[in-house]
Design a protein around this ligand. Structure first.
Ligand code: NDP
Length: 326
């Protein structure tokens, strides 16, 4: 038996609780992992609270991030005792995830724990941090260089935003953070933001084109915010879009794309191919100031993860939440 959060949905309703789970209930997979840590991402918040249709099968163990140790393996790539990390691949959505003491997974989904990180640091970065790195890599790939001008990061005090600011700052970019929490201004400046703007400047319907300001952007908010960022991006600037914290719609015009040559790059971490993941983790090892992870992260227990997920949905959680499942 092992402990885990189980999400159930039936005539009694949608609910998440810490339960004792029998090993025989674990799903199919060729690698069994003793989980050390998981984390809470926005998607885990949606799953645990039931606020979004993230969970596709019931009962479900949520948790899209896992750091742990291989306990049993029928996969040639992994042996007992290997330290591994997993992000995404539908884990915590269609396949039981990391918010439990044990997980059974496909070896193809795992990557070796990067030597630069402890298990806790790896989930502290987690899907949010690795997605932030995918955004930075996309900016680089499109040719945005540190001297080119300001990079705007929205949802700045959240998980993706916090890591994006830290990485961009270390790489020498000038970062402007957009946040709805003025009380986090000092935090965002400690991470490396040169300026903090209130999110209300971006969240209302705007004009098709505005004054050109951004050389690049990392947007986790979507909706009017993403539209307004595209409208104020400089000629040939690059906007990376990875989130929907403000809405799934995109009420924009084509003007920034056809008149200013702006590039809008979509970022997905869930099905991102393995070679790109390995590059992102290598770059995180090099380009994230590990000392800043302590500032970004706080730890909760498995039981505390359930109320914390509700706080995350209310936009009240700063940075990243690591879950000690043991
Ligand atoms: P967090 O909850 O940690 O951060 C989200 C932040 O967005 C909040 O902290 C808040 O920042 C801001 N925010 C929240 N609600 C609103 C709102 N209504 N309007 C404007 N801003 C808002 O989530 P994550 O960082 O884990 O994820 C951020 C987004 O990125 C989510 O939508 C998530 O689904 C998406 N995502 C996508 C991935 C992909 O593969 N494409 C992978 C990982 C995440 P502040 O208080 O500073 O304003």
């Amino acid at each position: 038996m092992f402990k885990g959060i189980l999400i159930e949905k039936d005539d009694a309703g949608y609910r998440a609780a810490v339960k004792e789970i029998d090993d025989s209930q674990l799903p199919e997979g060729d690698v069994t992992v003793r989980v050390d840590y998981s984390s809470l991402n926005y998607k885990d918040g949606l799953a645990i609270t039931g606020k979004g249709p993230v969970v596709r099968k019931f009962p479900m163990v949520p948790g899209i991030d896992i750091a742990g140790t291989v306990e049993a393996s029928d996969n040639a790539e992994y042996k007992v005792g290997d330290r591994v990390v997993l992000n995404g691949w539908g884990v915590g959505e269609t396949h039981w995830g990391g918010l439990a003491q044990r997980a059974r997974l496909k070896g193809d989904w795992l990557v070796p724990l990067p030597a630069a990180f402890s298990a806790k640091q790896a989930v502290s970065i987690g899907t949010a941090g690795y997605t932030a790195m995918l955004c930075v890599l996309a900016l680089e790939k499109q040719g945005v260089k540190p001297g080119d001008g300001e990079i705007v990061v929205t949802g700045a005090a959240g998980g993706v935003g916090s890591v994006a600011i830290a990485v961009l700052n270390k790489l020498g970019y000038t970062v402007v953070a957009v946040s709805g929490r003025p009380e986090e201004t000092d935090y965002l400046k400690q991470l490396g933001a040169a300026e903090v703007l209130d999110r209300s400047l971006f969240s209302a319907p705007g004009k098709p084109l505005g004054k050109e300001r951004w050389a690049g952007a990392v947007d986790v908010v979507g909706s009017h915010t993403l539209a307004n960022i595209c409208a104020t991006t400089r000629y040939r600037g690059v906007v990376t879009a990875c989130g929907l914290a403000g809405g799934m719609d995109l009420p924009a015009s084509v003007a920034p794309f056809i008149l200013r040559g702006v590039t809008l790059v979509g970022i997905d971490s869930v099905m991102c191919p393995r070679p790109d993941r390995l590059v992102a983790w290598q770059r995180l090892a090099r380009d994230l100031d590990i000392a800043k992870l302590d500032l970004i992260t706080h730890e909760v227990s498995l039981a505390e993860a359930i109320p914390t997920a509700a706080q995350l949905m209310d936009g009240k959680v700063r940075g990243r939440v690591v879950v000690d499942v043991n």
